[in-house]
Each structure stands twice: as C-alpha cells, then as structure tokens.
Design a protein around this ligand. Structure first.
Ligand code: CP
Length: 338
C-alpha cells in the first residue's frame, strides 16, 4: 500500500502524526472534522489501511465510551485492537525516575513501555489525575513517560489534564449541528457551564473543551462557573469567563455541561449549589440551545431528567461521534507511520 492510498480520504494529513494528546497535535481541526464526518458516512472505506497492524488500549481507570469507541474505530480500519486493564490485570507501575522500588510498585514504566511498544504498532493510554498534587498532575508524568519510552505513536484516551478524543468529538458534533441549524451570518455561541457533583472530578474535560474551542476559533466562547472554580488560564485564554450563569446562557446556541473540581485550591468541592444545574427554565434563556455532556452523567445532580430526555439534548449523538473522532485520529497516525 502506498501513502497515496492511505491519504485518499477527505481531510487526511491534518495531523496528528506521532502523538495525540492535545489540540496542538493537529494542524487543521476542520480538516480532521471533515475526515471524521466522512468516516461517519463511510465507516469501512479504509478497512484495508490497518491490515496487520495492532493497537493496544491501556486503561488505568474505568471507561465505557472511550474504550469501546476506540476499539470500534480501530477495527473499522482493519486493525486488531487489544484492551489491557493495567490497573486490574497488570503489575503496579512506577513512573518516577530513579525511584527506589521498595514499596507497592512492581514494574517501572521504562521497562514496561518499550515491551508494549514491541507488541503494538500504536498505544492508547487512559490515566486520571490524583487530584491531590496539582504540580504532579499538570506535569502529565504518566502519559509523558509512555511517550518517552514506548517507541511507537501514543494516543491519549484521557490524561491527567486533557481529553482530546472527547474534545475532537465535541467539535465534530457542533459542526454537525451547525450544518442543520439556522445560524447564519454570525458565529455560533458556545457556553461551557459548571454543574454540581457529589465527588471531586478532574478538570480534564473542561480544560480540553476550552483548549479545542479556542484552537478551532470559530465560535464565541463563554465559560461560566461559581467563584473558586477558575480553570487554568493556559486552556481558557480567549474565552469570556463569568460567574453569572444566566448572563452566559442568554441567546447561546450550545451549552456544554460539566462538573470539575477546583484548580487553584486543588481538587476540592467548594460549591454544592444545585441552582447551577441546568433546568428547562434556564434553557429558555438560550437560543433553544443544544445541550452537550461528555457522559457519564449523574442525572438530577449534574443535569436534570427534563433536559436529558428533551429534544435539546444531543448527548447520545455526541457519544456516538466518539467512534469517528478516534477513527480519523488513528488513521492519520497510521498514514504518518506506515
Ligand atoms: N466521555 C468518556 O470519556 O466516557 P468514558 O469515561 O465512559 O470513556
């Protein structure tokens, strides 16, 4: 097979080439979205490109959508996909350079990663943050160590601070909606709103959504959250940030609902005010907005039944698009690493 064969679908060569951990790994987001939407219409058009290629999906945390959509995507490209639950089935991994491993960790990532790299043509990894040590979480040590030692391309299935396959999916879903929505002669308005939750959750999805919407650059973007929930500016710069949720929601076209724990006083719950939950009354402030969430969602805590079960909710469409995001990303990496 030639590279020309591999690169024949619309939107190819938009990056990523060697790793996919952030928006900066993509040279043209719209081209990548075009490619994903092409795959949605033609799932098996590139069934041959991954023949005799094997992809390893490593999970240090639970997953439903990421795990299954990435497997389906790889198989649509003809790859063999093998899932390994590192947290349950593997040896406890050590990530610190120079660690004296006389505690609970059994195998160093610098030993395990090159072995995995010899078994697979591409590795995908999901890790979560500890939410205890911000500096350590934001250093992205786990995924960085895999990238450093694996010797093969690495795709993030969610890292300590970002969730790029989710965010690419989110842009795909917004683009898809825009193609059928009467928003003309202006940019779409997109709001990311904090919502309550009973547990402290990572900032990954919110950070990543902000990073990708800003990098995409084709929406007027507002982030709204209670005081103390500021996200890291490295991701939010370019967005309007407000504590006034009603003002943020007014006339918006898309509302992305997500909880996150605090960034500054790291990993805490500082607000449980259920008035931050999106309700049909609040939705009336919007331009009949479409409501998004990455899932899983705690019903009637983060989002009301009345919203999730309404025609405004596009969460199922959004989750379905995870396959096409993953397929476009894997295919670009295959093309760059024949
Ligand atoms: N949105 C998302 O990443 O879902 P999973 O945790 O089920 O993979």
């Amino acid at each position: 097979m030639t590279n020309q064969d591999v690169n024949s679908t619309p939107g190819s060569n938009s990056g990523p080439t060697r790793q996919f951990i952030a928006a900066s790994d993509v040279s043209d987001i719209n081209k990548l979205v075009d490619q994903a939407l092409y795959y949605k219409a033609n799932p098996f058009v590139d069934k041959h490109v991954g023949t005799n290629k094997r992809i390893g999906l490593l999970f240090l945390n639970p997953s439903l959508r990421t795990r299954l959509s990435t497997q389906v995507a790889a198989q649509n490209l003809g790859m063999e996909a093998i899932v390994f639950n590192v947290d349950k089935d593997g040896w406890a991994l050590e990530f610190e350079e120079g660690a004296v491993m006389n505690g609970n960790t059994v195998e160093h990532v610098k030993d395990a990663a090159p072995i995995l790299g010899s078994y697979f043509d591409m590795l995908c990894i999901r890790t979560f943050p500890s939410l205890k040590n911000r500096e350590e979480d934001y250093s992205e040590m786990y995924i960085s160590q895999f990238i450093r030692y694996a010797g093969v391309p690495v795709i993030s299935l969610e890292s300590a601070t970002l969730h790029p396959l989710q965010s690419l999916t989110d842009i795909i879903t917004i683009r898809e909606q825009l193609a059928t929505t009467a928003i003309q002669n202006r940019r779409p308005r997109v709001v990311l709103t904090w919502a309550p939750h009973v547990k402290p959750l990572p900032q990954c999805v919110a950070n990543s959504f902000a990073q990708w919407v800003n990098a995409w650059g084709e929406a007027d973007f507002t982030i709204t959250h209670p005081e103390a929930y500021e996200l890291a500016e490295q991701f939010t710069a370019g967005a309007v940030v407000t504590h006034d949720q009603d003002a943020a929601l007014r006339d918006t076209d898309f509302v992305y609902v997500k909880n996150w724990s605090t960034y500054n006083d790291y990993g805490k719950i500082k607000c449980s005010d259920d008035r931050w939950m999106l309700t049909p009354e609040k939705l009336q402030l919007t331009n009949d907005a479409k409501v998004m969430h990455c899932l899983p969602v705690r019903r009637n805590v983060e989002l009301s039944d009345a919203i999730l079960d309404s025609p405004n909710s596009i969460v199922t469409q959004q989750a379905g698009n995870r396959v096409w995001a993953a397929q476009a990303v894997i295919r670009n990496i295959l093309a760059a690493n024949p």
